[in-house]
Write a protein that binds this ligand. Structure first.
Ligand code: SF4
Length: 342
């Protein structure tokens, strides 16, 4: 029985990251240079990224399907133009979360068609489950999911297939969407954007800084080590034990320490024992994160959901369940510690 549904232009407007939707975008033949003159598309693209920054979604689908599909590609250009890794991550997550909410409303045929766009080996399920998914696709996308409901031992498996209900398949597809968008945003630097795009990109960076700034305002610059969140303690311990950290761990630790009040010199001392330590380069990187070099962007550590995706979130505790950013965690614990000390 043919269960998989054909995807319509309405679906492409809802899921413009699909390969078949990309073909439609190519046919429209707009370029970075012509984009600012496409007002409807340009406005919706800006709206997409602003919504992502503020609300972690990409807003409502507009009636004009052509504009909606094109604005997806245009929004990617705007995000790339910001050259801001926080906005890139935020936008990828927002597209994925928006798609997740829409996919939950779709029938099984549509879900199959979307999963096939990601080359999944998937079919209709048995054993009371909606779908069967090839083990490797489950493993790849469930790698960072926490909770017993995602443990492989708790799934029904048969002949290399995992049997799952729609909600779980849709959640796994959310990861696929996020990874696809992150890859599309991971392009070599583009120079010479038209001035209209540069102006919008600068505005988006300011918006992002406002949102990020909410996390860090009013953190007293009195360092309280017992208030460090578990992830930062784990990175700190790894740094002391192995003298090596991944790029993500380095960025997180550096941005965290700078934001709680350490200066660049103090932070660079941590890296002195590393085998690849280069004083000039380390100092440059730290000052860049502090906003003292380059674009002047003052960075903060990534939020918890991003650290979870990169395997940097470790030893979560009770307080972690109530916060969404390591600096928020620090702020709460620091305030408690300072009150107790009074
Ligand atoms: S939940 Fe957030 S604060 Fe807690 S360990 Fe994970 S990344 Fe750190």
């Amino acid at each position: 029985m043919q269960l998989e549904s054909a995807l319509s232009s309405e679906d492409f407007a809802k899921y413009p990251f699909l390969k078949q939707a990309s073909k439609q975008i190519e046919e429209l033949q707009f370029t970075i240079e012509t984009l600012p003159s496409e007002k409807t598309i340009f406005d919706r693209a800006q709206n997409r990224v602003e919504k992502a920054i503020f609300e972690v979604n990409t807003g409502n689908v507009v009636k004009d399907k052509r504009a909606e599909i094109s604005s997806f590609a245009a929004a990617l250009i705007l995000v790339i133009a910001t050259k801001n890794s926080w906005i890139k991550k935020r936008y990828s997550l927002s597209v994925a979360k928006t798609a997740h909410a829409q996919m939950l409303l779709e029938d099984k045929g549509k879900i199959l068609a979307i999963a096939k766009d990601f080359d999944w080996d998937i079919g209709e399920g048995v054993f009371g489950k909606d779908f069967r998914v090839r083990f490797s696709f489950y493993l790849k996308n469930a790698a960072h999911m926490h909770g017993p409901e995602w443990k492989l031992v708790n799934q029904i498996m048969d002949k290399g297939m995992v049997y799952l209900n729609k909600d779980k398949v849709v959640r796994l597809l959310q990861e696929e969407v996020k990874n696809r968008i992150e890859k599309r945003l991971d392009v070599p630097e583009i120079k010479n954007f038209p001035p209209e795009i540069t102006v919008i990109a600068e505005g988006l960076i300011k918006l992002a800084q406002e949102i990020m700034g909410e996390e860090i305002e009013d953190i007293p610059k009195e360092v309280v080590q017992t208030a460090f969140p578990p992830c930062i303690n784990a990175i700190y311990e790894a740094a002391s034990a192995t003298h090596h950290l991944s790029q993500m761990e380095r960025f997180t630790l550096t941005a965290f320490l700078l934001n709680i009040g350490l200066n660049a010199e103090k932070v660079s001392e941590i890296y002195k024992s590393f085998s690849d330590y280069n004083e000039r380069l380390t100092r440059y990187q730290i000052e860049h994160i502090a906003g003292e070099r380059g674009s002047g962007t003052h960075y903060i550590p990534p939020q918890c959901s991003i650290l979870q995706t990169h395997g940097v979130c470790k030893n979560r505790n009770e307080l972690c369940r109530r916060i969404y950013h390591p600096l928020k965690y620090y702020k709460i614990k620091q305030q408690l510690a300072l009150k107790q000390a009074q």
